[in-house]
Write a protein that binds this ligand. Structure first.
Ligand code: FMN
Length: 173
């Protein structure tokens, strides 16, 4: 395949403002993951709806983190990151994971791997990852993660983030 080009020099082109872009992009439903690790003896992390599958060989996934994130500079120092796909009953947990940093993991059942990856025990899928590449992208950084282990459960549906609110999938007919 031809080498991908970098078109970022076109950055000053006109476009929708941030609010209009967010409103329209928010029509697209996503799941939500918790990205978490133990760093310097403390569990740290955040909720992210920008998770997506990228490659199967090698197994890569991605999420985007705001350049203003106060958590990412610590989180990115971890040897391994844990990713948990949140379940449909995790609306409150998701708000907690995006809220006051010192309370994000309060009362949650967690598993911490030897390398410091932190996952939620009640998650629908859990991944053990390391950072593969970070790509600057405007006011976010696209973080490509390599999967080292993955497991999933079919115990409930996923938490769905849509138009700034939480939804769940309808039962199949
Ligand atoms: C549903 C939901 C999805 C979110 N998705 C992202 C995301 O994809 N990337 C991101 O940087 N922050 C996302 N956030 C915000 C973070 O969880 C967190 O609140 C933010 O990074 C500020 O905290 P920090 O400074 O500790 O990083 C999301 C929040 C919510 C509630």
């Amino acid at each position: 395949m031809e080498t991908p080009h970098d078109h970022s020099l076109d950055d000053d082109q006109p476009g929708p403002g941030p609010a209009a872009a967010a409103g329209s992009v928010g029509v697209f439903p996503t799941g939500v993951v918790a990205v978490a690790a133990r760093v310097d003896g403390r569990v740290t992390g955040l909720a992210a709806s920008s998770f997506t599958s990228v490659s199967l060989e090698p197994p890569l996934v991605s999420f985007s983190v705001a350049t203003t994130s106060k958590t990412w500079p610590d989180l990115r120092r971890a040897t391994r990151l844990g990713l948990t796909v949140l379940a449909d009953h995790h609306g409150g947990v998701c708000r907690q994971l995006a809220g006051a940093p010192e309370r994000r993991f309060e009362g949650l059942a967690l598993t911490v791997s030897e390398d410091g990856a932190v996952t939620l025990d009640e998650g629908l899928a859990r991944f053990d990852c390391s950072i593969y590449r970070e790509v600057e992208a405007g006011d976010h950084v696209i973080v490509l993660l390599r999967l080292h282990a993955a497991e999933h459960a079919d115990t409930s549906g996923p938490l769905v983030f849509h138009r700034s609110g939480f939804s769940r999938l309808a039962e199949p007919a």
